[in-house]
Design a protein around this ligand. Structure first.
Ligand SMILES: C=C(O[C@@H]1C=C(C(=O)O)C=C[C@H]1O)C(=O)O
Length: 343
């Protein structure tokens, strides 16, 4: 199904995303298209760089070679890429891709705030005023920083301060992922677009993350449950589903039961992308789990991977791009988290 925004401007550039595994031939997916960014979820993390005219992000997320994927973002428009300080970016006139790495440090807050603000400054200057989707991979995510605060909470403080400082310019928090990685430091990348194209959605089953009570940290996480992008005429719309876990209201449910956590997570996603929820946000159309693609599944304990794989095999369309990673989730009691794109 499609999603329409009343009054959205007519635009034509179309973003695509797909996964490439070692040995895959991706030429058919890139023929006639332009690469906006590549993100390798592999062994070694490295700072982002420009490679073949597009940003290349390498994040340590895969324990063994079989798990390695490269997420490729392409556009049907020519892409211009560049570097500004630590930021590596690309733009196609309608979409903006940007990546940066923060090296390991005792306390992240101030650096996260300034890196986010630098990124907002660049995207704003280039005319991309609306955030679409953000990914934050945080090493040692549930471990303590030099002040004894959990790294994730420390990260959330800096990010929230940046969003607060930019609240008059950056219109709303987008869909996001905040997940563990296998290397200390924080890798982040995000997509933004021109004004009037993004709509951020909440989930009726979950408290908006930016309204979580302070028991989860001094500053609540700055993200929406999903973002819908209107593609303009002639293309399909895309709905970006944030990293979603077994949280009802603001409580983690089914501690120590990965299968039930998986079921709650899938039910949360189903409710989020349903026609009822889109209608609640003034949008038409809607999706089901079978429409989900570019699915990433994060599993805290390796021993749970077979059960989670089995649950996902039953839930998603066969042929869906689907990848599993054995990494920590942002709360120690969360065993699994799932994200994806509906289109
Ligand atoms: C799982 C949750 O949050 C996670 C953390 C996020 C972040 O901080 O950006 C975004 C989505 C999830 O990856 C949740 O709070 O429901």
């Amino acid at each position: 199904m499609t999603v329409t925004h009343p009054g959205a401007p007519t635009l034509t550039a179309a973003l695509d995303c797909f996964f490439v595994r070692p040995g895959d031939d991706a030429r058919a997916r890139t023929t006639g298209r332009h690469v906006l960014g590549r993100v390798t979820y592999g062994h070694g993390g490295r700072p982002p760089m420009l490679h073949d005219g597009a940003p290349l992000v390498r994040i340590a997320m895969a324990g063994d070679a079989s798990e390695r994927i490269t997420e490729v973002w392409t556009s049907d428009r020519p892409v211009r890429s560049g570097r500004e300080g630590d930021l590596v970016y690309a733009e196609d006139g309608e979409h903006f891709f940007c990546a940066v790495r923060i090296d390991e440090r005792g306390v992240y807050r101030d650096t996260v705030r300034s890196v986010y603000e630098n990124a907002f400054t660049l995207m704003w200057r280039l005319g991309y005023t609306e955030l679409l989707r953000m990914w934050n991979m945080v090493g040692a995510i549930t471990e303590a920083n030099a002040d004894g605060m959990e790294n994730y909470r420390d990260f959330c403080v800096g990010r929230a301060e940046a969003f607060e400082a930019w609240s008059d310019r950056v219109d709303g928090m987008p869909a996001a992922t905040g997940i563990g990685s296998l290397r200390p430091g924080i890798d982040l990348y995000f997509l933004a677009c021109r004004t009037g194209r993004a709509r951020h959605l909440e989930n009726p089953r979950q408290t908006p993350a930016h309204q979580y009570p302070t028991q989860y940290g001094p500053k609540s996480p700055s993200f929406a449950r999903a973002t819908v992008m209107d593609p303009g005429s002639g293309s399909r719309s895309a709905l970006y589903v944030s990293g979603t876990a077994s949280i009802i209201g603001d409580d983690t449910v089914h501690h120590d039961d990965v299968e039930r956590q998986c079921d709650v997570t899938l039910a949360n996603i189903e409710a989020l992308i349903s026609p009822e929820n889109l209608r609640r946000h003034g949008l038409t159309g809607g999706f089901g789990l079978a429409d989900l693609d570019c699915v990433k599944v994060y599993v805290r304990d390796a021993e749970h991977l077979p059960a989670v794989r089995a649950r996902c095999a039953g839930a998603f369309r066969s042929g869906t791009d689907l990848a599993f990673f054995n990494v920590d989730v942002c709360r120690p009691d969360l065993l699994v988290e799932i994200e994806g794109i509906c289109r």
